[in-house]
Design a protein around this ligand. Structure first.
Ligand SMILES: Cc1cc2nc3c(=O)[nH]c(=O)nc-3n(C[C@H](O)[C@H](O)[C@H](O)COP(=O)(O)OP(=O)(O)OC[C@H]3O[C@@H](n4cnc5c(N)ncnc54)[C@H](O)[C@@H]3O)c2cc1C
Ligand code: SF4
Ligand code: SF4
Length: 941
């Protein structure tokens, strides 16, 4: 129940913003109450804004009603700066516009909802990238990257947002817009807000008049520092607009909303190599760091002995990982260059620079893909090692401090002693050595006062070591948030802190923009609002709520992301165990059914990018399994045992619907079908104009006998039921026929498994949680394929990638040689055919299973053999999710919302390897999608 002023806000906003984007449902509010930190605040209202006008409206109305507002991008922040117990304004989904500036892409203008990785995809053709390179770049968005001044392994302090920002467009606390790239905007701003300009100039001049303070500021920014505001802007720049734009960097959404930002881009070097230098002690490694800093390295990462131990079980780890001395320390050194000769020169210079410091064994710079990626995997995998090994219920903490480089060794030893004293036995220490930046990763239980005190005492002592002993930074990269807010004055001293407080006053006089972040009077704020992480199920218990999975999830933004599904499951589990608030629990369970379960595509793409490899889809299937009624299990068993009858009924039904459609036409059929669906309370599947006819029953057993090459062809039950759709060519035949023609032309004898009409990979059952029947069907298929292939003598072709993937995960007898449609065509069929008339342009869509099996490059290769230009759709999952697109079409619609814009205007046809996905893609685009087998057949005929 909203209080009067929040209700008033909701009512006013509803006049300008569609109400489905003004969220007040408790389940979704809780879901948005999480970022990657170990804090939780539950917002009262979440508003998903799509335009600057909407953002201005939210900012104006919250200001008018005296309501605090927090801005949110991807929510991967670690210090508690992206959460709110008031209004959370999410600017992600429609904030995707970008403009490449200058012919050589020397600059790029980006909206805040673009991930750093996507910005780099736009720049790739120009051999350039954005400067900031946080490890979270695949998920983190420009708004958050800039507002946190995030940085990573290569960018250091030279290429972070502060150093590479060209211009910014911001919305201030009263809705005023300032665009620093527009002279008129600056003039208007001076006229409207002379007090802001005067305030900035006063601070600038005050620092200039205080040489000790000025020197302190310059000194502290020689190493990475994100504690407090970027007050170096006041000493580095004279012009108030230059100062304002640099102050926005690292302001953690506490000064203004960023509508867009222009970066100077940096060169993305073509050649890369790295070496692991192993030193006897941390001291020796740290002695090498200043020497490396003076030489042409691109990155130097320090890994302590415990870090190495946490990855030494990896099958790719070299033997010396297990045998190096307990005192050892590793530096991972990266070189990058645009020319091979430059690489050689750089390597020689680096060797010379550190020749005086002995390593345990000779080191070698490698660009061999396997070795190179292992070396970096070892570094990047450290978080998952600690996160994945921690006890259920504990948080994975990543502290982020920086020390003056000459004192790095001393600092490492002091930190290690600190961890020993407070018994953080799983702690590992690694980081960006060139910047003196160390990440301290450990697990922490917050469920008892004793554990909270242990953390509090350790943090006080850490602050003491960093500040008093080394004059370092308490937050090097991750931002101050609520986590370091109590220590900002301690680190900076009174004079600098007062400057920061004044900056907040100037830009946010009413203290409504992300209050409590960076500047906070409460000395214990870092110990409050701690997030509970109760156990739920071992599939998801290791979740760190980092948010890395969100960009891969088709349901994100429609209902819940994988992270949010886990948050909800944790809350349900907590409520059940605590026995508190049964009404809330009941409501949660009710809402979770749709938000968490029914709208999960269970495609598992989330697991591909999760640092601890959590497949939330698997978890959802487990819930479906637990909740499946006995009746559903019995029905599944019946259908599974009568597959031939079921596919035959499906064929008949599809033919009937197709017949009616041909008489009524798209519009009338559409409205009748939609009315029937509504009247049936959505139990009748959604009809669309691309619904196919029924297929003809396959009666073949062996075709084209006597050829030297034989293949077992397993047509999936979907293709055995579904024939041509309306958009197919008149003389097209259904896919099973097309495959037969193609294989015959390529000179194969085709063997159909015995009892084909009863066979199925099991996916239709297991995706609904009916895993017993799913498993029985896949076993049955395995037996039939073994027999047909004469115990694995002949390859087996699947005609749908999802069925291939399901079977690939389930089958046990590895004598079977099974092939995805893409791989089989590329390796077996294309070499036997000749492309006679390639297409000008086609679009291809890699379905989820193609991504999971790592077949995207092969799909591109195959398509490129058939067409001069190939548009590769970048959306993650199409949202059709087996047959879910028929019953939850909103998921499919959401998944396809950016499909059309990725299809070139001259393109007439799209291709894929999954029939049901193709139906959904055809519905939500202006072209028709079908199996890539049709394309191959056409261009080789
Ligand atoms: C596993 C892991 C590894 C990480 N590694 C790194 C690393 O290597 N280096 C690093 O620096 N960080 C790292 N981070 C922290 C985090 O990912 C980065 O700081 C990232 O840039 C945050 O971006 P975001 O899109 O998630 O922003 P959010 O978390 O959504 O927001 C970040 C801040 O920006 C503000 N904000 C968001 N959008 C706007 C806007 N439009 N206008 C104004 N303010 C806005 C928010 O209010 C908040 O204060 C890591 C995090 C995780 C979980
Ligand atoms: S599921 Fe994995 S990627 Fe997603 S929030 Fe949890 S740990 Fe991060
Ligand atoms: S399985 Fe797919 S839809 Fe479900 S949470 Fe994972 S990415 Fe999202």
């Amino acid at each position: 129940m909203l209080t009067a002023n929040y209700q008033q806000l909701k009512d006013i906003l509803s006049e300008r913003i569609p109400s489905k984007r003004i969220i007040t449902n408790p389940l979704q509010l809780l879901a948005y109450g999480t970022d990657a930190s170990f804090y939780r605040l539950i917002p009262k209202i979440v508003v998903q804004v799509h335009t600057e006008e909407e953002a201005i409206e939210v900012i104006r109305q919250t200001a008018r009603l005296n309501i605090p507002v927090t801005y949110r991008a991807a929510g991967t922040s670690l210090s508690g700066q992206a959460i709110s117990d008031s209004v959370l304004m999410v600017a992600t989904h429609e904030w995707r516009k970008y403009t490449i500036l200058d012919d050589d892409a020397a600059k790029i203008k980006l909206q805040p909802g673009i991930t750093g990785a996507r910005a780099n995809i736009y720049l790739q053709p120009f051999g350039r990238k954005i400067g900031p390179d946080p490890a979270s770049i695949n998920a983190a968005m420009i708004g958050g990257i800039a507002a946190n001044n995030a940085s990573g392994m290569c960018c250091g302090t030279a290429q972070n947002s502060y150093k590479t920002i060209a211009d910014i467009r911001i919305v201030l606390y009263d809705g005023t817009v300032l665009d620093t790239s527009d002279e008129q905007s600056k003039k208007d701003f001076v006229a409207k807000h002379p007090e802001i300009i005067a305030g900035i100039e006063e601070l600038r001049d005050k620092i200039k008049a205080d040489s000790i303070l000025e020197e302190r500021i310059r000194h502290k920014f020689k190493i990475k520092n994100t504690t407090g505001y970027s007050i170096n802007a006041l000493v580095d720049y004279e012009d108030p607009f230059d100062i304002i734009k640099h102050l926005m960097i690292g302001s953690e959404g506490t000064l203004a909303f960023i509508s867009d930002l222009t970066y100077h881009t940096v060169i993305d070097e073509k050649y890369k190599a790295c070496a692991l230098m192993i030193f006897e002690t941390i001291e020796l490694a740290c002695e090498a760091v200043p020497l490396l800093r003076e030489s042409p390295v691109s990155a130097v990462e320090l890994l302590d002995r415990d870090s190495i131990r946490s990855v030494d079980n990896d099958p790719d780890a070299p033997d010396y990982f297990r045998t190096m001395p307990e005192t050892a320390c590793v530096l991972l050194v990266e070189i990058q260059a645009n020319e091979k000769s430059e690489m050689d020169a750089k390597e020689a210079a680096i060797r010379k620079a550190v020749e005086s410091i002995p390593t345990i064994q000779p080191y070698r710079f490698t660009s061999d893909p396997k070795e190179y990626s292992f070396n970096w995997k070892a570094r990047k995998g450290l978080l998952s090692s600690v996160g994945g090994l921690r006890k259920t219920g504990t948080s994975c903490i990543i502290e982020d401090v920086a020390f003056p480089v000459p004192r790095l060794a001393e600092a490492c030893i002091a930190i290690k002693q600190l961890f020993k004293k407070y018994e953080y036995h799983d702690a590992v220490l690694f980081g960006h050595a060139l910047e003196g930046n160390l990440h301290l990763t450990f697990s922490q239980d917050f469920s008892t006062p004793r554990e909270v005190k242990r953390y509090a005492d350790m943090m006080d002592e850490l602050a003491d070591i960093v500040v008093n002993k080394f004059d370092g930074s308490l937050k090097a990269e991750h931002g101050t948030g609520r986590n370091m807010a109590p220590y900002v004055e301690k680190e900076w001293g009174e004079a600098a802190y007062k400057i920061m407080v004044r900056i907040k006053d100037i830009f946010d006089p009413n203290k409504l923009i992300n209050p409590g972040v960076i500047i906070n009077e409460n000395p214990k704020i870092h110990l409050e609002n701690l997030k509970p992480l109760p156990g739920v199920d071992e599939i998801v218990d290791k979740c760190m709520e980092c948010g890395f999975c969100e960009p891969n999830c088709v349901a994100e933004g429609l209902t819940l992301s994988p992270r949010q599904r886990i948050v909800i499951a944790r809350e349900i589990s907590r409520l059940k165990v605590a026995g508190e608030d049964p009404a809330r629990l009941k409501q949660m369970l009710h809402d979770a059914k749709y938000y968490s379960d029914e709208t999960c595509a269970t495609d598992g793409l989330c697991g591909l990018v999760c640092p601890v490899k959590i497949d939330t889809g698997k978890f959802v299937k487990e819930i479906r399994h637990q909740e499946a009624s006995d009746t559903a299990k019995k029905v599944a068993g019946y259908i599974g045992s009568h597959m031939a009858g079921t596919t035959s009924m499906a064929r008949g039904g599809l033919n009937f619907v197709h017949f009616v459609h041909s008489i009524l036409g798209d519009t009338l059929m559409g409205s009748i079908a939609s009315t029937m669906r509504t009247l049936s309370f959505k139990t009748i599947p959604k009809w669309n104009k691309d619904m196919p006819k029924g297929a003809r029953k396959i009666k073949d057993t062996v075709v084209n006998e006597g050829q030297p090459d034989k293949v077992v062809y397993f047509p999936s039950c979907i293709n055995r039921s579904m024939g041509k759709s309306k958009g197919y060519e008149k003389d097209d035949v259904e896919l099973t026929e097309k495959t037969k023609e193609l294989l015959q032309r390529a000179g194969f004898t085709i063997i159909y498994p015995e009892g084909l009409n009863d066979l199925c990979c099991g996916m239709a059952f297991s995706s609904k949680g009916l895993k017993e029947e799913g498993s029985r069907k896949s076993k049955e298929l395995e037996a039939a394929l073994l027999k047909a292939s004469e115990d694995g003598k002949y390859p087996v072709l699947f005609d749908m990638s999802p069925c291939f993937y399901t079977f690939h995960e389930a089958y046990e007898n590895k004598k079977l040689k099974i092939y995805d449609p893409i791989e089989f065509m590329l390796d077996f069929v294309m070499p036997k055919l000749q492309v006679k008339h390639p297409r000008e342009v086609v679009t291809v869509f890699p379905v989820c299973s193609v991504k999971k099996i790592g077949m995207e490059t092969k799909l591109m290769e195959l398509a490129k053999l058939c067409s001069k230009e190939v548009a590769f759709v970048q959306s993650n999952c199409c949202g059709f999710a087996g047959d879910r697109g028929f019953t939850y079409p909103e998921l499919n619609k959401h998944g396809q919302r950016h499909l059309n814009e990725q299809i070139p205007s001259s393109c007439k046809d799209g291709y894929s390897t999954s029939r049901t996905c193709e139906i959904g893609m055809s519905e939500y685009s202006d072209i028709n999608f079908k199996s890539i087998f049709y394309l191959i057949d056409e261009v080789t005929k």
